[in-house]
Design a protein around this ligand. Structure first.
Ligand code: FES
Length: 130
């Protein structure tokens, strides 16, 4: 039987062993949560926004290695981007940035894409209210 972490790329392994920007953020401007109903893995993404640009991003993920690596690289990818640019980041782009994901783990990067969208929706709601 193949070990499930076996096919991970060196980039995935690096993010898995040294996750970037992990942890809950105090006073975020937006929080997005995504869950995969099949595996139950959950990703929470926190963003801080200034003049429509994401200046900080952190995550909390309860899930598989690919989900953690996807979250970690996503925080790096969205930092410094405008909200519009962040929304254009697809699961494929996340997978590519990770050096590829095994076919059975593609849904883990989809989780990250969904978390970005959820965080932006939350941010936009808050901006409108304030
Ligand atoms: S196995 Fe479900 S997010 Fe990775």
């Amino acid at each position: 039987m193949e070990e499930s972490t076996g096919p991970y790329s060196p980039i995935v392994m690096d993010h898995l062993n040294h996750p970037r920007n992990i942890g809950e953020m105090e006073h975020p401007d937006g929080v997005g949560e995504a869950q995969n109903p099949v595996c139950g893995d959950t990703m929470r993404l926190f963003i801080k926004v200034e003049r429509d640009r994401i200046i900080e991003a952190t995550f909390l993920t309860f899930g598989c290695g690919a989900a953690i690596a996807s979250s970690s690289i996503t925080t790096e990818m969205i930092k410094g981007k405008t909200i519009e640019e962040a929304l254009m980041i697809s699961d494929q782009a996340i997978g590519k940035a990770l050096g590829g994901l095994p076919p059975t783990k593609i849904h883990c990067s989809i989780l990250a894409e969904k978390a970005i969208q959820a965080a932006v929706i939350d941010y936009r709601k808050k901006v409108k209210v304030s």
